[in-house]
Design a binder for this molecule. Structure first.
Ligand code: PEP
Ligand code: MG
Length: 763
């Protein structure tokens, strides 16, 4: 489209939204880019709109879509990383706005593209999470710079399009068949639990989130179609019944139900779904694509009334999906070597998979300190999280590899990659076999210091694992995990049974039960909490103190369970001030007296306070006067000291318990414990990190509570490093400025001492 004035059209936010929505509906990357340039060209009225994509490995830029330049150049024009104006935009990662580009020193004339008629040039980098994906270019004939408004609009557009381009690029990688030359293709995430897992991806989807439903191939299409039609009839019946029950209700409601029935009976949705099933797709995915296609046609309509219909279609689609899943039964068939994949996997998702089949976990969300990661470590399986938006639909049932050391996911690995990982997995198995000999040994340093190795536990399913881990007791029993697997608050008697089972299994070894620590990232399905800042909100002891009926029931159950065993200890989570401690202890006293009055023979258990909030660090000495022991929860302490959400993948790189500030805090608390002669346990994830364990040893830590799978590794390290050597390392670390420098120093130390296999894959 030629534009005589040389001015581009002013576009509304709505127009921007429509461009993004249309691009997003494209089937693949090439179609997406084509739609983008066409729509931008048309909406802005520029003479040329092009997108150059950057190649992550070579840094070269390929003209990938254009309106206005020669079509034959698409895919053919490849510029070097620094070449021409595109190279300049890319290297500076800044917009470039020039009135007459042919006079610019970096202009490069390329006859192939036919841009000699266009003078004004606006190039804007397309950046996603700090990485350059490509350059969006607008050009027009007039020799006049684009206006500031045009630039800001193009920048806004590029930021909005970036995530969609990133996702489409990723999908292209994922669906690409394995190729020998693709040796290095992987997706980067966060190493959440170490290990190598090779297996088949099983994508967990949520019914409420249609876009997570994966593609799956079926052979019995007739059965799929029958199930789908039963679901449609069931929804039609639901709608009829609803309409009848709304007789005499406001006309809008009847209208809405009428609109739903019409969509359902119009057959467009039904026919499209059946046609896709006929091609061999299972019913849920066929329904998902039919709903998306139909809804999208309404989304892009100008008329706001019609635009709203897209929402109705999605809602209706969800209702049919619910019915469909009811009919299908929702049971997942887990392959022999399953790697569980999901948008935001929970610890409960993991334990639903039979342990002998589970080889790894991949989650789009979450960090190395989320509870998913913690449970993966307990189960001894690798986990990779924070992969961003994965093309989940296409991942289901593909062969994948989870590299839990480097935080990588390989999809459809080729023969070479698979062979290499099989070797690494074998070596890992050999290491685990070697480490077994430490199971029954105590952790004693060469200079005679004993460190009590305790285990973190909390799931009924991991009790045998914890029991056989070679621990001297349970340093942290997360009782909330028991609560999370129920559908209501467990009664006092039910809790007694659960706690007694643990006490009995470990007897006479101590078990430290932490009282209910919900809120934050640990919601109970039957006790929803909606807050904009959950980690700074109602969680841990705050909830318990506000709900004495729940707290005292738990305390009574814990005391009753320990009757006759005398190996229970109690731990109070998330204490931020001494007043909370007093209140919690007052409840305990009350419950204790009540139980005694009932004639029970009870020992009062030792009580500890968790140090996981900065205020508690500064009051550690005071806390130590009032309790029997302290326990440092480094996961939350790191989160609060560094102001880094432990579950947020965007900031996960900043979350490091080896940060000098966290080290100082831990050292301070350990000294406070020594001063008051109260034991201090470290029970956060850091204690299970062999590098960090060296520093904790140097600080004088005598009790480490770690996940079951980590006990032998830490024991091995402790038996080889003297306390004196650990102190030297600690003092070097405390002089350093960044967690990265500290980590490198410790890695080198471990590598030099022959422990490299603990911090990377392979021997
Ligand atoms: C911690 O915060 O370090 C801790 C051990 O508790 P959780 O991970 O359960 O919050
Ligand atoms: Mg915590």
């Amino acid at each position: 489209m030629s534009n005589d004035s040389g001015r581009v059209k002013r576009l509304s936010l709505r127009a921007l939204g429509q461009i993004v929505a249309e691009a997003n509906a494209a089937k693949d990357l090439d179609e997406m880019l084509r739609v983008m340039v066409e729509r931008i060209h048309q909406a802005m009225g520029v003479d040329v709109c092009s997108i150059y994509l950057a190649d992550a490995q070579s840094g070269r830029h390929t003209l990938s879509a254009t309106v206005g330049l020669r079509k034959e150049a698409v895919g053919q024009l490849v510029l070097g990383p620094q070449e021409g104006l595109i190279g300049l935009v890319a290297s500076q990662m800044q917009p470039l706005n020039i009135g007459d580009c042919s006079h610019h020193p970096r202009f490069k004339y390329i006859p192939l593209v036919g841009e000699e008629d266009f003078n004004a040039f606006l190039g804007v980098p397309i950046i996603f999470q700090g990485t350059l994906l490509g350059v969006l270019v607008l050009q027009h004939r007039q020799s006049r710079r684009f206006t500031e408004e045009d630039v800001s609009f193009a920048v806004t557009l590029a930021t909005q399009l970036a995530s969609h381009i990133a996702f489409a690029k990723l999908t292209k990688t994922v669906v690409a068949p394995p190729a020998e030359e693709n040796e290095g293709q992987w997706l980067d995430g966060i190493a959440a639990a170490p290990g190598i897992g090779i297996g088949t991806a099983v994508v967990l989807y949520q019914l409420t989130e249609m876009h997570t439903i994966p593609d799956r191939v079926v052979t019995d299409t007739e059965a799929e179609k029958a199930a789908f039609m039963r679901a449609v009839s069931a929804v039609a019946r639901d709608l009829r019944e609803l309409a009848e029950s709304h007789d005499g209700q406001p006309p809008q409601q009847r209208e809405l139900l009428g609109a739903y029935s019409m969509i359902l009976t119009s057959n467009e949705l039904v026919d499209a779904t059946l046609a896709t099933i006929d091609k061999g797709t299972w019913a849920p995915a066929a329904l998902r694509s039919a709903v998306e296609e139909l809804a999208h046609r309404f989304d892009v309509m100008e008329d706001p009334y019609l635009c709203e219909r897209g929402r109705d279609i999605r809602d209706l689609g969800r209702r049919v999906m619910d019915r469909l899943m009811e009919i299908a039964g929702g049971d997942v068939a887990y392959p022999q070597e399953t790697i569980l994949v999901g948008e935001d996997l929970s610890p409960i998702d993991l334990i639903k998979v039979p342990t002998d089949r589970l080889r790894g976990a991949i989650s789009e969300r979450g960090s190395a300190f989320s509870h998913l990661a913690i449970v993966a470590r307990t189960l001894g399986i690798p986990a990779v999280t924070a992969l961003g938006d994965l093309p989940l639909m296409q991942l289901d049932r593909r062969e994948i590899i989870a590299d839990g050391y480097r935080g990588r996911l390989y999809v459809n690995p080729n023969v070479t990659v698979r062979k290499e990982f099989r070797r690494l997995a074998r070596e890992e198995q050999e290491l685990n076999d070697f480490l077994k000999e430490f199971r029954d040994k105590q952790a004693i340093t060469p200079d005679g210091e004993h460190v009590a190795m305790l285990v973190n536990a909390g799931l009924a399913e991991d009790l045998p694992i914890a029991l056989n881990a070679g621990a001297e007791g349970v340093g942290l029993y997360r009782t909330e995990l028991l609560f999370m697997t129920q559908d209501r608050f467990p009664t006092e008697d039910q809790q007694v049974v659960l706690y007694r089972r643990v006490l009995q299994a470990f007897h006479p070894r101590p078990v430290t039960f932490r009282t209910l620590d919900i809120g934050g990232d640990k919601p109970l399905p039957y006790f929803p909490i909606y807050e904009s800042n959950p980690f700074l909100g109602w969680r841990g002891i705050r909830i318990s103190l506000d709900h004495p009926e729940i707290f005292e029931t738990q305390l009574r159950a814990l005391l009753r369970a320990s009757e006759g065993f005398a190996n229970a200890k109690l731990l109070i989570p998330m204490v931020s001030g001494v007043a909370e401690l007093y209140q919690a202890l007052t409840h305990l006293d009350k419950v204790y007296e009540e139980l005694q009055a009932e004639g029970r023979q009870l020992d009062k258990p030792a009580v500890g306070a968790m140090i996981e909030v900065p205020s508690a660090v500064y009051q550690a000495e005071l806390f130590a006067r009032h309790v029997d022991f302290l326990s440092i929860g480094t996961n939350d302490l790191t989160q609060y000291l560094l102001a880094v959400d432990r579950d947020n993948e965007r900031v996960a790189k900043l979350f490091d318990a080896l940060h000098p500030a966290v080290l100082q805090a831990m050292f301070h608390v350990i000294r406070c414990g020594e001063q008051r002669q109260k034991p201090v346990t470290i029970c956060g994830e850091v204690a299970g990190d062999p590098a960090a364990a060296l520093l904790l040893l140097g600080m004088g830590a005598r009790n480490l509570s770690v996940n079951a799978g980590e006990i032998p590794k830490i024991k091995w390290v402790i038996t080889k490093f003297s306390r004196t050597r650990a102190q030297q390392l600690l003092h070097r670390a405390l002089d350093m400025e960044s967690p990265a420098a500290i980590r490198e120093m410790l890695r080198n130390e471990l590598e030099a001492a022959g422990f490299g296999a603990l911090v990377r894959p392979g021997k």
